[in-house]
Design a protein around this ligand. Sequence first.
Ligand SMILES: Cc1ncc(COP(=O)(O)O)c(C=O)c1O
Length: 381
Amino acid sequence: MIYLDNAATTFPKAPGTLERAVERYRELGVSPGRGNHDLAMRASDAVEEVRARVSAFLGAPDPERVAFGSNATDALNTAILGLVRPGDHVVATRLDHNSVLRPLHHLAETGAIEWDAAPFDERGIVTADAVEALLRPATRLVVMTHASNVIGTVQPVAEVARRCAARGIPLLVDAAQSAGQVPIDMAAMGISALAFTGHKSLYGPSGIGGLVVMPSLEVETSRFGGTGMDSASLTHSQGYPLRLEAGTLNLLGVLGLGEGLGFVEGEGVEAIHAREASLLTRLRDGLAEIDGVTLYRAEGDLSDRVAVLACNVAGVHPQDVGAILDGDFDVAVRVGVHCAPLVHRDLGTIDRGAVRFSLGAFTTAADVDAAVAAMRTIAAG
Ligand SMILES: Cc1ncc(COP(=O)(O)O)c(C=O)c1O
């Protein structure tokens, strides 16, 4: 099987990583942060070690401000619900995923907030000017995806952060598609808070992710429960990370994330990115030569993209393209509207969606060539 659905989740994971995580869980699998016995302390130490690695990897100064959750969606909800208040205005972008758009839409529907979405341009970029044009005195938060999960473009978050900082507005970045594929230095880029997910380009298992918060920002607690600390009090612990972590942690997920991170660090983000960008260009060049294939925002130099490409075949429904790729050619892709409805509205693909190819660290040139050949056959009818 040729797996080209890595933007949904990377598959396979790196050799040995899952086995090592399970082995450590077998040794340490008690409740971290709950109890003073030796094993609980060792489990806590293992979690803190991964926290420190995540913060170093993302250029955040304080490991305590890495709050683990179940995925990017969870982290984005935690951040949005913990930052905005009734009467606030929020700016997002039209490239954003439903994990940003739906919390904002929900808050707006209840009458709590107003929000706007900045448009992307012909290159698939949301410029800092486009974001700045929507800022109001009541704007409390700017939130944007770092890399589009539909067209793969990487956004100028550092420039947006500069404009936000000039007005004292925090920038929340959705790094679900970028972490592990694009170098991130939160401090240097001026990012106030960042949501990541473990199971995509960090090569961890599903069910683990987190929110990283810079010391300049406070995120209020929006979910309450046991933390293993201050247990006599009815008030949820207010120190980081417990302020944003309620309930028993996904220890197996944290260990798996640590192993995945180890793989990414070993390969090097720049090296992974360069390899995938070159395969992405090979894929684009191959598809661009096929009559009847429309590519979305895939012109020119792709070296600064994440390895995601959306297209359609004239006269063939994307669901059918996906079914034929799968059934006849053993190529797995994602088809439809990719949880980012405003992108599809702007591309004119909201009704049927698109076929999305997404590459990973284990994709080969032969995989790409086989996918292009399959698409040529489909387009020829
Ligand atoms: C840009 C973007 N943001 C957020 C998410 C949500 O990630 P998760 O499902 O791991 O919460 C995704 C997943 O597809 C994504 O592509």
